[in-house]
Design a protein around this ligand. Structure first.
Ligand SMILES: *Cc1c(COP(=O)(O)O)cnc(C)c1O
Length: 361
């Protein structure tokens, strides 16, 4: 079986956890601070604040900027539900803007149409590991004096014009096991604004800077030193893992370039794609998925329903139509691209897809 994802965990991570356990400092401690410092430096920002999930990172980022009831945040309906949920948690309203079909990222033109005097922020999602159209998005944000909070949960190390995502606005990352690096569960907020970093630190720890002095309503979103110890080791191999993902993507694209019925992922000129997912599109998606499954090749559908089509969001009254997002949700299929794939695995995937593509005609 070729799996769709596989975390790269080795002896070094096991040793790191064992040494945390031996130290007795197992909740938030010095490893969290060290992980934050390494991560901030890697992204190219002044501050990184670790939390216990990507969802918490998005939620804290919004709260740190004071976003709440009466505010609107424009985001993509073609994402994991956490993107929009984080906005709902604050009392603000997610306003969806449709995607572009070539990158699956939010369309700047569509954002324009959704701006009102209540719009407080744009939350672009760097889906599958490729940056959204950041020149256009930053220009809209500047023109309308609104914030940018990046959902970079799938895009550790992805760049746009040579600049890492998570450094354009306030960034939110996830370290869930399937992501490009993991801490088991975990998340990170990135910012250049010391006030936002300070508020984020308070929000993750019951609103306190000083122990047992609670200035604002906060949460327990703390990362443990056990997670941070894994994260520190993973950061040491992120560049190598990313390079492997990019090479695997290149091999898949070369092998699949003559297929008739499959649209391959595109890497935009200004972007360096980190291939959290290698996602193809075909109107015969379910047939391709089933054929690969029979051959022991795991695939993923991210996401079979758009956020506005989820029962929860329908209940909240969302019904507007987002044709590109809806088409993508019917047609996308992600193939294995993770760093643990061998050349044999990649050839198996390519051969199976070419056979399927031929049989289709
Ligand atoms: C994974 C993910 C999240 C949430 O991260 P968790 O760590 O699972 O809470 C949010 N947005 C996107 C786009 C994601 O892929």
């Amino acid at each position: 079986m070729i799996n769709i994802a596989k975390p790269c965990l080795e002896e070094a991570e096991i040793d790191a956890i064992a040494s945390v356990l031996r130290s007795g400092v197992i909740a938030e401690g010095p490893r969290v601070a060290q992980f934050e410092q390494i991560f901030a430096e890697y992204i190219g920002v002044d501050h990184a604040v670790a939390v216990n999930s990507g969802t918490a990172a998005l939620h804290v980022a919004l709260m740190a900027h004071g976003i709440g009831k009466g505010d609107e945040v424009i985001t993509s309906p073609f994402s994991f539900v956490a993107t929009a949920n984080s906005i709902v948690y604050t009392g603000a309203k997610p306003v969806f803007a449709d995607i572009e079909l070539d990158t699956y990222n939010i369309s700047a033109d569509q954002i324009h149409e959704k701006i009102t005097n209540r719009t407080k922020a744009i939350m672009p999602v760097h889906l599958y590991g490729q940056a959204a159209d950041m020149d256009a998005i930053m220009e809209i944000a500047q023109d309308h004096n609104i914030l940018v909070i990046e959902d970079a949960c799938q895009a550790h190390g992805a760049t746009y014009n040579g600049k890492k995502v998570g450094s354009f606005g306030t960034g939110a990352f996830s370290f869930y096991p399937t992501k490009n690096i993991t801490t088991s569960e975990g998340g990170m907020i990135t910012t250049n604004d010391p006030n936002i970093a300070s508020r984020a630190r308070m929000l993750r720890a019951h609103g306190s800077k000083q122990r047992y002095l609670h200035e604002i309503l906060g949460y327990n979103f703390r990362m443990t030193d056990i997670s941070a110890a894994i994260g520190i080791v993973q950061m040491g191999k992120l560049e190598k893992l990313t390079e492997k993902r990019r090479q695997n993507a290149k091999k898949l694209s070369a092998g699949l370039k003559d297929t008739k019925d499959i649209i391959l992922p595109v890497e935009k000129e200004k972007c360096s794609h980190v291939y959290h997912q290698y996602t193809v599109r075909t109107p015969h998606r379910d047939s391709l998925r089933d054929t690969l499954q029979e051959k022991g090749i795991g695939t993923g559908t991210y996401y079979p329903l758009c956020i506005h089509q989820q029962p929860l969001y329908k209940e909240m009254g969302y019904e507007a139509s987002f044709p590109n997002s809806e088409k993508a949700s019917r047609e996308v299929l992600s193939l294995p691209v993770h760093p643990a794939l061998s050349d044999d695995d990649i050839n198996t995937i390519i051969t199976a897809i070419i056979e399927w593509d031929r049989r289709l005609k």
